[in-house]
Design a protein around this ligand. Structure first.
Ligand SMILES: [Mn+2]
Length: 348
């Protein structure tokens, strides 16, 4: 099932045919949405709105953080929470087409998973994560793409719909390109990525305002929390070139930390000269959520998959653990001697 249909005219036509015939389309993305999750889902939503389709709804499996709450189309989002669950289930059950963007593993839809997987609707997955599951009818996938937004942009252009990329669509797609490439610095930042970004700027996107909306919306408390974490909670092990951070639920409460406030902290660990891998362990609702980042050829996707029930990309992955926070960190530390030779091998 692993294939691109980017290059398959027949499948692209099939996709367009399904879209045009659909009366009720549901778009969904992954839990704890990031810039690319919202960028791709809302980019698609703003694009599909221009077709003659009765209903197009973006249902987010979980609530979203403030840093993406300004994006075009956000007020129309249905969040799959207790209040909206019944309505969302009805929309999903009635849908004739469901798009899943920026994920390809059912579990990333959290509580919404069963409703989507059990729906008789056709399902199209658009994604760039490694090792996709095959729960969809069409998979528009490329693990080398910088972002799902890049894939959506290419899909729209291949269909000859470039003129339907209005400022709202462009704003959404630019947001995903920007955030998933770490502001155009990760290895997936190809000439094509900059080409697309340029095309989106020509549609009227203003990078300075998108950057400010995304990255300069901290409240003072959040910065103080960051200061606490960096000074008291982060450990660097030069012998392994590894940085790790752990945050307990108690600490999150003490600093009144909101959903999304811990986003990006893991990247500080990679900013240390010589560092190859950074990990953050966060205790939340009795579970330990883990984010990994790495540079060069050291794959945190393998590490997450093999030991922490997760996965992702080579240089950015996530996982989880049912052990306590201390036990999870211990488990991670006991793995390091086995990873040492690979970590040492990486250039500076
Ligand atoms: Mn993505």
């Amino acid at each position: 099932m692993v294939e691109y249909f980017t290059d398959d005219k027949q499948k692209l036509d099939l996709y367009l045919d399904w879209t045009k015939k659909a009366k009720n389309i549901v778009i969904t993305s992954h839990q704890n949405p990031d810039g690319d999750a919202f960028g791709s889902a809302l980019g698609l939503w703003n694009y599909l709105k221009q077709f003659d389709i009765e209903k197009v709804t973006f249902i987010s499996p979980t609530d979203y953080a403030d840093f993406i709450a300004w994006m075009p189309g956000v007020p129309a989002i249905v969040v799959y929470d207790n209040k909206n669950k019944a309505l969302a289930n009805e929309l999903i059950a009635e849908a004739d087409l469901i798009f899943c963007t920026d994920f390809s593993s059912g579990s990333r839809m959290k509580d919404m998973k069963d409703a989507v997987l059990n729906s008789f609707s056709k399902k199209i997955i658009i994604d760039h994560h490694e090792q996709p599951e095959s729960f969809g009818d069409l998979l528009y996938w490329n693990e080398h793409a910088s972002s799902t937004c890049e894939l959506i942009y290419q899909m729209i252009v291949k269909l000859g719909h470039e003129s339907m990329i209005d400022l709202d669509v462009a704003t959404c797609l630019y947001t995903g390109l920007l955030t998933d490439t770490g502001s155009f610095k990760y290895p997936a930042t190809t000439p094509e990525v900059h080409n697309i970004a340029g095309k989106l700027l020509a549609k009227g996107v203003v990078p300075s305002s998108i950057n400010r909306s995304l990255f300069d919306q901290n409240d003072f408390e959040k910065l103080q929390f960051l200061g606490y974490v960096l000074s008291k909670k982060m450990t660097y092990l030069p012998e392994y070139r590894v940085c790790y951070t752990s945050i307990s639920e108690k600490e999150l409460k003490k600093y009144n930390s909101k959903n999304g406030d811990t986003e990006g902290i893991v990247n500080y660990g990679l900013s240390i000269a010589g560092s190859v891998m950074s990990a953050i362990f966060i205790e939340k609702e009795g579970l330990i959520k883990i984010s990994f980042r790495s540079v060069h050829d050291f794959s945190v996707a393998d590490l997450a998959r093999d030991y922490f029930e997760g996965g992702g990309h080579k240089n950015a992955a996530g996982g989880r653990s049912n052990l306590s926070l201390e036990e999870t960190v211990q488990k991670f530390l006991t793995l390091l001697p086995y990873l040492k030779s690979q970590l040492e091998l990486q250039p500076n």
